[in-house]
Design a protein around this ligand. Structure first.
Ligand code: ADP
Ligand code: ZN
Length: 714
């Protein structure tokens, strides 16, 4: 198995579960595989297909996906084909001939194709030597899933028609009910079940309030220069508006939605896949057939309808395992709109299922628990502790006592007789002179009691008050603010309220980690890849993933034989593409005086890991460190680099953990002692804000973090 993996795919080891799944199929047993997008499902049937006699039949719902997979297999020297309506008649008969001659290791078919047309294909397959059946996107068979396809229903016949052949069903998305449905409909009761962790550790999840979202979007995109990404929006119109806006701002973006002519859609998709377009702004119509592995970010401008869809869409980021981001702009306004969309006429039961799914999506956005934990628990998986790679985990929420603030908001709602929306209530609280505010409202005692806060602050706090159910937004025709059964407790002072302190979302910086590979060489290798892709007329990432190119730019192999040690170089790819990449590396190395680091690649695992962490220190952080050593003043470094103090502090604190800086470099001894006492009094794992509350004003969060970092260092 390992030999096959190395020879055809150029990988050195299996991912979790792949090995057991492959053995199960080779033993002629059935398998049900639940694995997240990017988990490596394809290899689970491709390796058995290569090792077993006969042809593997792969059922896949999308034509685009079939072509992509077959292209990828052929580049690795594997005999594969697909049969669908996109082929000409002569191409079709060539495929059938190859199948009958037993030349194909894999054949991709749509479910309609297998089961329809007077049993043509069924009969053909009966006369063919078949190794296995694989059913991709198996959740499409269930009405309980979010992507039901009636044509999948009949796939249950496979088990009856080919009882002895192993069948493997694969999906990246199935809740408990859907899973049971798959098992029942495909007659997989005896199948071995493999449920791998759905955690996509390399994806960072972030949610921003949907305010100034375009401005925020631009700011985010600065962190993804020249990278590939998908921006999802709800409506076709907004895909066009946003893509136009981005183009005006100098980005290389294209729109994609179901209303565009077929040729434009394919063109835009193709340009994206071939790295000719960086950003696709799309409705969810985009992506099902896309396996592009170097998508670095997925941004949702609007609220998705359910967690399944959201997880699948965000899962399109980072299939190559490199750090990637999933960003979502959330507003309650979207919820109302979506509710209208998802109700299905004359089907109360299914409408209820979908509304419940929407509700879970909203709770995901509003809750202050680790995003990953929430997502994994949604899919029935538990997650120990916090992930450290989502906005919730990465933010030190500063809590404030919001009792008085809440009372002000609630009494405004009372005075206004629960008849106005958030905007009006805020204007009223702030004592707006606008003519919009009715004159008699200006006479009321609550008018203007909240003039100390900005509109944005009020909107943040009211939202958070709603989250905690001291107010609710009416679900009727207008989103009016209403009291709840908890309101009176707060108004009468019987309840107190904690609120997350408002922080302007625009102040935050987007930082992006860069693994230390040679950027110039990486760019040069990308060019080679693009040229080869043009020549062979395939997508660049099918030739090599970004990860492979980064490894090349990191380890700089200078001899042909060393290339084989880079992940992604199978025997065929080494032969077909080894030389052009090698020549590029050699030329670059000579020009820039670089030496090979290939021996580091072979280091024992343990050592390599520690090496990787130092390599991963961001270049930006290192620059801060160097300047700090020169000037010994954080403010000065901040000014020189035009970055916020807290950012520089963050950079430097990381070096306390590695031991390259001492805590004494950053914190005065007297302060350090006070901080240590405060930590002792509350315990080291407490929230930073609590520790800070025990200390004098002039002690900063950065200084507290520095001391904690020195503890971690031990
Ligand atoms: P899925 O179908 O589950 O979304 P894929 O089968 O497309 O995932 O695999 C995602 C990526 O991971 C592909 O680029 C694939 O080549 C790569 N991959 C799969 N298995 C391995 C492995 N054992 N080692 C390295 N890369 C792998
Ligand atoms: Zn987290």
């Amino acid at each position: 198995m390992l030999n096959t993996l190395k020879k055809y795919f150029g990988y050195d080891s299996f991912r979790p579960m792949q090995e057991e799944i492959i053995s199960t199929i080779i033993d002629s047993k059935d398998a049900l595989v639940l694995m997240p997008t990017g988990g490596g499902k394809s290899l689970c049937y491709q390796i058995p297909a290569l090792m077993m006699e006969g042809t593997a039949i792969v059922i896949s719902p999308l034509i685009a996906l079939m072509k992509d997979q077959v292209d990828a297999l052929r580049l690795n020297g594997i005999k594969a084909a697909y049969f669908n309506s996109s082929l000409t008649n002569s191409e079709k008969s060539a495929v059938v001939n190859a199948l009958q001659a037993g030349e194909l290791k894999l054949l991709y078919l749509s479910p309609e194709r297998l089961l329809a047309e007077g049993g043509y294909f069924m009969n053909l397959l009966k006369k063919t030597k078949i190794s296995l059946f694989a059913i991709d996107e198996a959740h499409c068979i269930s009405q309980w899933g979010h992507d039901f396809r009636p044509e999948y229903s009949a796939l249950g016949r496979i088990k009856q028609e080919f009882p002895g052949k192993p069948l493997i069903a694969l999906t990246a998305t199935a809740d408990g009910r859907t899973k049971e449905d798959i098992i029942q409909k495909l007659e997989l009761t005896k199948a071995k079940k493999f449920v791998s962790s759905f955690n996509r550790a390399n994806i960072k999840y972030t949610i921003y309030p949907k305010q100034d979202s375009r401005k925020k979007l631009l700011q985010l995109l600065k962190g993804f220069k020249d990278e590939s990404g998908i921006i999802y929006t709800l409506s076709r119109k907004s895909t066009e508006r946003i893509s136009e806006y981005l183009i005006e701002q100098g980005y290389n973006a294209k729109a994609y939605h179901a209303g565009l002519p077929q040729n434009i859609k394919s063109q835009h998709q193709d340009e994206f896949i071939k790295d000719k377009v960086d950003i696709i702004v799309a409705t969810i119509a985009f992506g099902m057939g896309i396996d592009k592995s170097n998508v670095r970010f997925v941004i949702h401008m609007d609220l998705p309808k359910n967690i399944e869809g959201y997880y699948q869409e965000t899962g399109r980021a980072g299939r190559d395992g490199l750090d990637s981001e999933a960003i979502l702009f959330f507003s309650r306004g979207d919820v109302m709109q979506l509710k209208g969309f998802i109700e299905i006429e004359d089907n109360e039961e299914q409408s209820a299922v979908l509304l419940q799914k929407l509700d879970k999506m909203v709770r995901y956005c509003e809750s202050v628990v680790c995003r990953r934990k929430y997502l994994l628990e949604y899919f029935g998986e538990s997650h120990e502790g916090n992930c450290g790679n989502c906005d919730v985990c990465l933010t030190d929420y500063e809590m404030i006592d919001g009792t008085v603030l809440g009372q002000k908001a609630l009494s405004a709602v009372v005075r206004l007789k629960e008849s106005f929306g958030t905007g009006y209530v805020i204007d009223f609280l702030r004592g707006s002179k606008s003519a919009k505010i009715k004159d008699w409202h200006k006479e009321l005692p609550t008018y203007g009691v909240g003039s100390d806060l900005s509109k944005k602050e009020w909107s943040h706090y009211i939202q958070h008050i709603v989250d905690q159910a001291y107010l609710k937004i009416d679900t009727g025709k207008f989103p009016l603010l209403k009291l709840t059964n908890k309101s009176m407790l707060l108004l009468k002072g019987k309840d107190s309220l904690e609120l997350i302190k408002y922080k302007s979302p625009l102040e935050e910086e987007v930082s992006y980690e860069v693994i230390s590979y040679d950027q110039g060489l990486f760019a040069a290798l990308k060019t080679v890849r693009k040229e080869l892709a043009e020549e062979y007329n395939v997508a660049p990432y099918l030739i090599f993933s970004d990860k492979t190119l980064q490894e090349l730019a990191q380890y700089i192999p200078l001899e042909y034989n060393d290339l084989g040690r880079i992940s992604g170089f199978g025997a065929i790819k080494l032969k077909s593409y080894g030389m052009p990449f090698l020549e590029c590396i050699q030329a670059y190395a000579i020009e820039h005086g670089l030496e090979t680091k290939i021996t580091e690649k072979a280091m024992p695992k343990r050592k390599k890991q520690s090496q990787d962490t130092t390599l991963k220190r961001t270049d930006s952080a290192r620059e801060s460190l160097d300047l700090f050593k020169q000037y010994n003043d954080i403010a000065e470094v901040g000014e020189l680099r035009n970055l916020k103090l807290s950012t520089i502090e963050g950079h430097l604190i990381a070096f306390i953990e590695t031991g390259e800086l001492s805590v004494n470099d950053l914190v005065e001894t007297s302060k350090k002692q006070k901080i240590e006492e405060a930590i002792k009094s509350v315990g080291p794992n407490e929230r930073l804000s609590l520790i800070k509350s025990k200390l004098p004003e002039d002690v900063s969060y950065g200084e507290i973090k520095a001391v904690i970092a020195s503890y971690k260092r031990g």
